[in-house]
Design a protein around this ligand. Structure first.
Ligand code: BGC
Ligand code: CA
Length: 298
């Protein structure tokens, strides 16, 4: 196993890595700048677009018809990466102007799931229970699935699509739901993993072809591979940064793990101590492959 730096300190709060199979590009976002990044694995070219008239961009996914969809502020939108043009698809959280979108990902039917969070004073210390988990279907219908969330974060689905995994960061755990793929509904919430003491908070995650979860531990200096059946940590990737934020598999064979990280709220001293905070990493020789991500049907 080896960890390398793909892009060194290219942002502040890098998040939401998404692999685009067709172009062999990694997309990720810098939430508060707000910038969408594209890194081409074949040419090593790095491009970015700064979004106008929004405060945040919090996730990015591909669209089946081509192009990208994103979550920004309190909205789902399409994004033309070349021009930076956003077109609104739907609004959420109309009841509370203080919240914002956070992590998002598509299920196997191409619905775009994303959740919100309340105002955050310092990382993980958020006004409680203001978040909601939504999904957006191809006809732009928004469904609300859960409320009273702290910080809506990582999601993943089992390959048989019978289970959805979900992280509310403030709970310091990962939950599972029974997933109804046809109906796009979740039920029977239970906890399947608790973050060990002193290992920080669960943030973004992805799943591998053996059904094991890879979870970025914010303040935990690591990404862990967890067995959702037993709750055991099977592997711990020690990283050169204290705050990894999320991870996804990519590469021609989906055997490379890409990890984003942050230096938000760091002091000058911390910025110097952790020169790699705000970088994107690649981990190879893991001995297991990931599964391709799903794209948005709309
Ligand atoms: C949020 C950040 C938050 C971090 C840790 C991220 O997903 O976007 O605002 O500080 O999780 O909770
Ligand atoms: Ca996140």
């Amino acid at each position: 196993m080896s960890v390398s730096v793909v892009l060194q300190r290219v942002g502040e709060l890098l998040e939401g890595p998404h692999w685009d199979e067709k172009s062999q590009c990694l997309y990720f976002i810098d939430i508060k700048t707000p910038v969408v990044h594209q890194w081409n694995r074949t040419t090593d070219e790095h491009k970015k677009v700064m979004l106008q008239n929004v405060k945040t961009v919090t996730s990015v996914v591909g669209r089946k018809q081509g192009g990208l969809a994103v979550t920004v502020d309190q909205e789902y939108a399409t994004l033309d990466f070349e021009s930076g043009e956003l077109k609104s698809l739907a609004k959420v959280d109309r009841h509370n102007p203080e919240t914002r979108m956070n992590d998002g990902k598509c299920d196997a039917m191409g619905r775009y799931w994303a959740g919100t969070m309340g105002p955050e004073k310092v990382p993980t210390k958020v006004e409680p229970e203001l978040g909601t988990l939504y999904s957006l279907d191809k006809d732009c219908n928004v469904i609300c699935h859960l409320s009273k969330i702290g910080i809506s974060n990582g999601m993943a689905w089992s390959s048989d699509n019978r289970t959805m995994y979900y992280i509310d960061t403030v709970t310091k755990q990962v939950d599972a739901f029974d997933f109804d793929l046809e109906g796009g509904r979740i039920s029977n919430r239970r906890s399947i993993f608790k973050v060990p003491e002193n290992k920080g908070y669960a943030d973004g995650m992805c799943i591998d072809e053996e059904g094991k979860l890879w979870i970025a531990l914010y303040f935990g200096t690591s990404v862990v591979r967890v067995d959702p059946q037993t709750g055991d940590i099977l592997k711990l990737l020690e990283l050169p940064v204290s705050c990894p934020t999320s991870c996804c598999f990519g590469g021609p064979d989906y055997d490379e793990l890409y990890i984003t990280s942050t230096h938000q709220y760091f002091t000058e001293e911390q910025l110097q101590q952790e020169p790699l905070a705000g970088s994107v990493f690649k981990v190879t020789n893991l001995g297991v492959k990931g599964v391709p991500p799903h794209n948005f049907e709309g």
